[in-house]
Write a protein that binds this ligand. Structure first.
Ligand code: SAM
Length: 285
C-alpha cells in the first residue's frame, strides 16, 4: 500500500479531519473521550502500527481502518493501542483492607454456603484480579467453606493474553506482601529468569473474557456480588459513566458493592448506589 496510488500526500502528522474520524469512532465504540489535546498522543501510538503495516500516511491508515478489510483485521489492534492499561498488584491497597475487614466478614455471615462472585471490570494485564484472588484465598483460609469466583474482563485482546498467561517480571510483584508471594507466586527454576507465575490454584479461580462496556448485552452468567471497576470510567464522559453504572446495577445483587478508582466519583450521577466508604459504593435495593 503506498500513498501515491491513493492520491494523498505523504504525511507524518494526523490531519484534523482524520483525527476527528478516529476520535468519533473511539468515542462511539469504546466510550473513550478523545479531545483534540490528545492528538499527539494518538499519533505517537498509531505511528507504530503504520510502521509495521508499511503505511506511510495517517490518511491511508484511516481509509484502510474504516474499510471492510480494516474493520475485520485492524480494529482490534487499533483498540489495543488507544486504551490505557496502567495497573499494579495491590493498587490502591486500602480497598483490599476494606474488603477483608468489612465486606467479607459481613458477607459470609449473611450468605453461608454461597459462592461469592466478583467482577474485575477493566482488568488490564491481570494484576487486579490476581490481587483479588490472593486476598480472597487468604480469607478462605480463615473461613473454611468460603468459596469465590472471579470474572475478569477487558476490551483489549493484547492485555487479556498477558493476563491469561499470568507471568510477571519480579519488579512488578514488589507490592505483593512476602507471605502472599511465598504462597501464590512460582519462581522460575532458571535463576537468571527474573519472572514469576501465579500458582495454578489462583489461575483457575479467574475467568478472563473480552467485553466492551459499550455493548448492550454483558451476557453475564450470574448476578455479581462485588465489582472492581477502578481507573476505567475516568476515560468516559459523564453521560457515558451514568449509563455504564446503571448497566452494572442491573447485574448486581441487592447489597452488592462497587469499588471505583481513587480519582473517580459517582457524585452527581443518577445511579441507585450509595457511598459507604470513600470510592466504595453499595447497591441498596
Ligand atoms: C487503566 S486500566 C485499569 C486497570 C485496573 N482496573 C486498575 O485499576 O489497575 C483501564 C482498562 O480499561 C479498559 N477499557 C477501556 N475502555 C473499555 C471499554 N469500553 N470496555 C472494556 N474495557 C475498557 C482498558 O483496556 C484498560 O485495560
Amino acid at each position: 500500500m503506498n500513498d501515491a496510488c491513493h492520491g494523498v500526500e505523504r504525511s507524518h502528522t494526523l490531519s484534523n479531519g482524520d483525527f476527528s474520524r478516529l476520535s468519533q469512532f473511539i468515542y462511539d465504540e469504546l466510550g473513550i473521550k478523545m479531545p483534540i489535546a490528545k492528538k499527539t498522543m494518538l499519533e505517537a501510538r498509531l505511528q507504530k502500527r503504520l510502521r509495521s503495516l508499511g503505511i506511510e500516511s495517517f490518511h491511508v491508515y484511516c481509509d484502510y481502518l474504516f474499510s471492510s478489510q480494516g474493520i475485520e483485521n485492524e480494529m482490534v489492534q487499533m483498540i489495543d493501542l488507544v486504551t490505557t492499561n496502567k495497573t499494579d498488584f495491590f493498587r490502591e491497597p486500602d480497598h483490599f483492607d476494606y474488603l477483608l475487614q468489612n465486606v467479607l466478614p459481613e458477607w459470609v455471615n449473611r450468605h453461608p454456603g454461597k459462592k461469592l462472585v466478583v467482577w474485575s471490570a477493566g482488568c488490564s494485564t491481570g494484576e487486579e484480579p490476581y490481587t483479588l484472588a490472593m486476598v480472597l484465598s487468604q480469607f478462605a483460609d480463615s473461613y473454611p467453606g468460603f468459596n469465590y469466583q472471579i470474572l475478569a474482563t477487558d476490551i483489549s485482546t493484547r492485555v487479556l493474553e498477558k493476563a491469561k498467561l499470568a507471568v510477571y517480571d519480579e519488579e512488578r510483584v514488589i507490592p505483593v506482601p512476602m507471605t502472599l508471594k511465598k504462597k501464590y507466586l512460582l519462581r522460575s527454576k532458571d535463576k537468571s529468569c527474573q519472572r514469576v507465575r501465579i500458582v495454578p490454584e489462583l489461575r483457575e479461580k479467574v475467568r478472563f473474557r473480552r467485553l466492551n462496556f459499550m455493548d448492550g448485552d454483558f451476557a453475564m452468567r450470574e448476578p455479581i456480588d462485588i465489582i472492581f471497576c477502578r481507573n476505567v470510567i475516568i476515560y468516559f464522559d459523564r453521560p457515558t459513566q451514568e449509563k455504564l453504572l446503571n448497566h452494572f446495577c442491573v447485574h448486581m445483587v441487592p447489597g452488592a458493592y462497587i469499588f471505583m478508582g481513587h480519582s473517580e466519583t459517582l457524585s452527581g450521577l443518577d445511579v441507585p448506589l450509595t457511598m459507604v466508604h470513600p470510592t466504595v459504593y453499595r447497591k441498596l435495593k
